[in-house]
Design a protein around this ligand. Structure first.
Ligand code: HDL
Ligand code: ZN
Length: 426
């Protein structure tokens, strides 16, 4: 095959391959949809423009000395969106990746990204209905399945699952049991479980192990969760040192690992998020920190019957994480998370992963918090994947190796859908 054929074959394969989006914060419409208060499915122009990445960016331009955080949070959603639109999109060039994403989305929906106010977009969005709009977004993004994130320790979300047991039932969505407090704040997680009727104690005495296992199993079943997820701080260690670490070690060893192994569920570890370094920014107030890869290696080797889906937030961790995946078949590396989801970094990380892992990883997840974002996150990712794969196939073609378009399609299917599906046995 000539270079031009490789380019064509890769472009066609990457564009036509449906994506299984393994980590988003989007919900089925049964959870309620914005702008209805309490609706968990966020969508539309005001949500897009007030994405927390853009809140952080607007505070680079209009600092809190001019607009105190409390005043921003008191504004209506539309006022917040107008403020961000004015400063990031009208008065400045919307050149950051998060700004560009809004433009890509608007363009893909057939709208003009040059509007000076949000009115025309609001009018267009007011004619959409959430459930049909999900189909539109999935079609434009070419996504075949959206994986939710379902934090069971969130009181609002938990009460929805309890009162509407079928809330997750939508063939377009899968659920994930998210349980951060069990490692981030064990004592208060135990307080909550106790309140919910489980016979647990922070010191693990009595029935604690069985009862926390029962809690996890009940929620895996209720949600029909396809994996169990946690975001973990940079200082997460396994084993955690000293007496202080004993609760975390016991939780992982005696509770989480056996439950995951019994149910055949991976543990998704998203490591390196340092929460609320600026709490006034709310969701925009978290930052990243370097994590410890040896802990991942320890888990993979000590629990060979468990599966680990791992992403790390620090750029500095990416190479070691790839090397670790070469050692352990029960480790599937995924995504360029959050502050890494920028074209330069996605390209760099994806090239490195291919060079070290071939096609045995998942290049990206959208992390869409707002449904519409799936359109741009995947459009941008597809462009990078095409560029990288064209180079990589051209390199092997230069040896005389004859790559076929069928092989290219198979590789692309593995990267964009099947590696994840095979890992969760679907
Ligand atoms: O913990 C997570 O799942 C993160 O993705 C956070 O939700 C974060 O706020 C985010 O949206 N990152 O993209
Ligand atoms: Zn996320």
């Amino acid at each position: 095959m000539e270079r031009v054929d490789i380019a064509q074959a890769v472009t066609a394969a990457v564009n036509s391959q449906p994506i299984t989006d393994l980590h988003t914060h989007c919900y089925t419409p049964k959870f309620g949809a914005s702008p209805t208060p309490g609706g968990l499915l966020l969508w539309g122009i005001d949500e897009l423009v007030t994405y927390h990445y853009l809140i952080a960016e607007v505070y680079r331009i209009v600092p809190s000395s001019h607009l105190p955080y409390a005043d921003y949070w008191k504004m209506s959603k539309q006022q917040q969106a107008d403020h961000i639109w004015q400063h990031l999109f009208v008065e400045r060039t919307p050149i950051s990746e998060a700004c560009r994403g809004v433009l890509t989305t608007i363009m893909a929906l057939g709208l003009d990204p040059n509007e000076k106010s949000l009115q025309a977009y609001r009018k267009w969005f007011s004619a959409q209905k959430p459930s049909q709009y999900i189909d539109t977004v999935m079609e434009l993004a070419n996504v075949d399945s959206i994986t939710m994130t379902n934090p069971v320790f969130d009181d609002h979300e938990r009460s929805i699952w309890e009162t509407h047991p079928a809330v997750g039932d939508d063939p377009r969505f899968e659920a994930v049991l998210r349980i951060d407090p069990l490692l981030r704040d064990w004592p208060s997680a135990m307080d909550k479980l106790k309140k919910w009727g489980y016979d647990v104690r922070p010191d693990f005495s009595g029935n604690t192990v069985d009862e926390v296992r029962r809690f996890l199993c009940e929620w895996v079943d209720r949600m029909k969760a396809i994996y169990i997820a946690m975001s973990l701080p940079p200082d997460f260690r396994y084993p955690a040192p000293g007496n202080k670490g004993e609760a975390a070690n016991r939780f992982i060893r005696d509770i989480l690992m056996p439950v995951c192994a019994d149910r055949g569920l991976p543990w998704a570890m998203m490591v390196g998020s340092r929460l609320q370094v600026n709490p006034d920014l709310r969701d925009a107030g978290d930052m990243s920190g370097k994590a410890d890869i040896e802990s991942v290696a320890n888990l993979c080797s000590q629990f060979p019957n468990n599966k680990f889906l791992v992403t790390m937030l620090a750029l500095e961790n990416q190479h070691e994480l790839c090397v670790t995946a070469r050692k352990f078949g029960n480790l599937l590396v995924f995504g360029c998370w959050w502050f890494l989801n920028n074209p330069t970094l996605v390209e760099h990380i994806t090239r490195m992963r291919i060079e070290l892992l071939g096609t045995t990883f998942v290049p990206q997840h959208s992390d869409a918090r707002i449904l519409d974002q799936m359109i741009y996150k995947w459009k941008h990712t597809r462009g990078i994947l095409q560029k990288v794969l064209i180079d990589k196939y051209t390199d092997i073609a230069a040896t005389g190796f004859k790559i076929t378009s069928e092989q290219i399609c198979n590789d692309v299917a593995l990267l964009m859908r099947d590696n994840f599906r095979n890992f969760i046995d679907r």
